[in-house]
Design a protein around this ligand. Sequence first.
Ligand SMILES: [Zn+2]
Ligand SMILES: [Zn+2]
Length: 236
Amino acid sequence: MDTAEMFLAEFADWAKKDPKVNALITKAWNNDITYKDAQKLASMSGKKLGEMMALQLSDGGSLGSLDIKMLRDFLNKSILANYNLVTPVINQAQLVINRALNVQLNPIIAKFPRDRVNGLAKEIEERGFDAVVGQLLKQVENISVSTVDDSMKENVRFMGSVGFRVTVSRYYDHVGVNHRKESCQWCLDRCGVNVPYREALEKGMFERHPGCGCILDYTSEKGTQRQVDWTRNQWV
Ligand SMILES: [Zn+2]
Ligand SMILES: [Zn+2]
């Protein structure tokens, strides 16, 4: 096993053994999961992954001298491992909502953010690891939680577009990295309760800066739906 493979095995091992991660995954398979739970998981696993990556990539770490191609490869593989941990839970959270609405709708999952990950690799290469380590930690967590937000956004957009009454809520949590020191106007501008989905999209309620701990949620009620092939999520 090379170092990158060992690293991935170590992360998988952490996910398998961490009691909090396990509790959330068990909840997911028992169909008792919410987007809030998925956000919690994504935040925990993203934070853990970021810390593990920082150790490997630091001067004293075994991957301290990777060239850009290998660095990009390592970042993509590592963040993909986290994506593969988080996305089945997002899928379940959306399925719970779909089942409650009694619709045969396939959950939509946000694509792996390859460009963003490659951008991060480029940043490390250009500015050096030490200059970006703090940012790396926040970015890896943010990429993880944004997968939950972006998936929610796509499901909200789709449900709204086919006639469900969809409202979005975003709560300010006071514990995010920026939120602790002083109140964050950027987030406060994007918070709101039961905001109609179109307005929520315009208001940027699904956007999240690194270190943000806002909690996102939505409700969906049956309205007058357009004819939809629910298995393919397309209009017929
Ligand atoms: Zn904020
Ligand atoms: Zn926030």
